[in-house]
Write a protein that binds this ligand. Sequence first.
Ligand code: CUA
Length: 335
Amino acid sequence: MRHSHPRQRLWRLSIVLSVLLLAGCARHRQSTLHASGAGAQRIEGLWWLLFWISMAVFAEVMLILGWALWRRRRATATIKGGDAIGAITVLGVAVPFVILVAAYGLGLRDLNALAAPREKPDVTVEVIGHQWWWEIHYPDRAGAVTANEMHIPVGQPVKVRLRTADVQHSFWVPQLMPKTDLIAGKVNETWLQTDRAGTYRAQCAEYCGKQHAFMALMVVAEPRPAFDAWVAATAQPATGTLTTAQQRGRQIFEQSSCASCHTIRGTSAVGEVGPDLTTIGSRWSIGAGAAPNDAGHLGGWIVNSQTIKPGNAMPPQPVAAQDLPDLLSYLQSLK
Ligand code: CUA
């Protein structure tokens, strides 16, 4: 077996890591520099303005430094005191003053624009932060409850009401809007607007405990008719036709400890500790971004979610091996 030099191995490792990092960027960009929403576009504009100002100041300082070194080497003449004071007044006081006042003024303009959308929002979404997941309600449509996933219509401002069930969290959709905190005992408000249909990954942006990193949320922006249809479908109780195996799965769910923590609307499961599972089969992930939503991960999650997301509130479930396939089949049918 050939052994590679440690430095070579380090190089290979760094290439693999960079590819992995870039691959992460391709899907669900969580970047304020790829703004797709009215609020994020302002933030991005301000970011680039400050970036280019910094670049200009850096270039200016480097030029002056170069010039000073060049002069010193040639030692043609010493600088007169009057010249130095003049240069300090212009470059060290007047220019920074103008730049800072202009940047502050533009910041205030953007802050004002971010405070409220131009049109009055027609859709309201209520977001409740939990350690570590997001509860989503559509208060205008009774029963429309889901978790870790929010749909919004394209081309319209959406009001987002934020509160927390436990500790401080922060709601952040980098491509759509800046952060807004969820503060205990308070209802905060923000808004979202995008003209581009698509999915936007959101992330809790306030450290809230062990699984803060796995407190993600997917914002799905879609044309108004599709949005209306989604809200109407989400508000429906689980009344789909079930196969015999799925009916068994439902019985297992209702008779086990699952039902004491989770609700599946239209069944006898009305627990309120964990997320509402009425549409679990259609969600983008399980555990707020902790694992993909497929039979394997869902099974692993039910049996012992602590191995996937240590510290989360769900204890391991003693589900008999012969019961698990029917339970999974039932949960996956809930859309
Ligand atoms: Cu919730 Cu960090």
